[in-house]
Ligand binder design. Structure first.
Ligand code: NDP
Length: 282
């Protein structure tokens, strides 16, 4: 049981870099003041990890908050992602330059292939390997990769991915992806961990929350952590950002973990596209 965790707890990648287990997501946080303020509040609340992407159009605002001197730059872990429109070796290098420029950072902590765009993964990954070897990113990984996508990538990699960020929640526990990643030393990170807010109304999670004097969201964040899954709930509201990180003063029992595991809805638990069928960049 990981009951020694606190907001600074990290998980180690195979290359030795450590990622904080809890981060702030900023997808759909509006570019401008909304995102910058949310990240500032998160840093003030003790978060040391922010998850953005070129696609979110708010890297510049994340960068402003991270560079504001609230905490030393080296204490904050920043992730961004390469959108499939920019896949291909040269385009990926250009997109990464733009990401660093937007963020106002000389070095990024983690850069991910955002989705497994068919036929373009290998060349794009080569670009990530190049920037990794140049020391401009501390770790490289993938997002929305099914095991078969990673198998295919592994055939050509020099530097293997250290993390796979996938949609994951009590309703979509992604057992196959988790098992595959565990067997290959790849950390799993959950996007839409709150099922975009749906867990708030879950009777099982609310009953467990009541027992601990916590909220359904806090129980859900804690469930991810106790499963060793990096978790990045999004909010732009200060009290929620603070509350979502107030998860280190209680522990879910084995039977409570099993109860939440039992909420698996299979494919119906998915709120976003399936990686095998998404094609909006083709
Ligand atoms: P989440 O599961 O984190 O849910 C976010 C929603 O829950 C928002 O509407 C938020 O509203 C609300 N919320 C947050 N905290 C509370 C609370 N305590 N009480 C009530 N409501 C709450 O969904 P996301 O889709 O944002 O996923 C999290 C992060 O994952 C993203 O921000 C992004 O960084 C990443 N992501 C990655 C993807 C990928 O393809 N790799 C795809 C999608 C997301 P409010 O802001 O108003 O508080």
């Amino acid at each position: 049981m990981l009951d020694y965790m606190d907001i600074n707890s990290t998980v180690g990648f195979t290359n030795g870099v450590e990622i904080p287990r809890l981060g702030l997501g900023v997808f759909k946080s509006q570019p401008g003041e909304e995102t910058e303020t949310a990240v500032r509040w998160a840093l003030e609340a003790g978060y040391r990890h922010v998850d953005t992407a070129a696609f979110y159009r708010n890297e510049v605002d994340v960068g402003r908050a991270v560079n504001a001197g609230i905490v030393p730059r080296e204490d904050v872990f920043v992730t961004s992602k390469l959108w499939p429109d920019d896949f291909g070796y040269d385009a990926a290098l250009r997109a990464f330059d733009a990401t660093l420029r937007e963020l106002g950072l000389p070095v990024l902590d983690l850069y991910l292939l955002h989705w497994p765009r068919k036929g373009m993964v290998a060349d794009s990954w080569k670009a990530l390997e190049t920037i990794y070897k140049e020391g401009r990113v501390r770790a490289i990984g993938v997002s929305n990769f099914e095991p078969h996508h990673i198998d295919e990538l592994m055939e050509t990699v020099e530097v293997p991915p250290v993390i796979n960020q996938v949609e994951l929640s009590p309703y979509l526990p992604q057992m196959a992806v988790r098992e595959y990643c565990r067997d290959h030393g790849i950390v799993v990170e959950a996007w839409s961990p709150l099922s975009k807010g749906a867990v708030l109304n879950d009777p099982v999670i609310n009953e467990i929350a009541r027992r601990h004097g916590k909220t359904a969201v806090q129980v859900t964040v804690r469930w991810h952590m106790q499963h060793d899954i990096v978790v990045i709930p999004k909010s732009v509201k200060r009290e929620r950002i603070v509350a979502n990180a107030d998860v280190f003063d209680f522990t879910l029992s084995d039977s409570e973990m099993a109860e939440i595991d039992g909420l698996d809805r299979g494919e119906d638990g998915r709120t976003g596209p399936h990686p095998d069928t998404i094609d909006f960049w083709d």
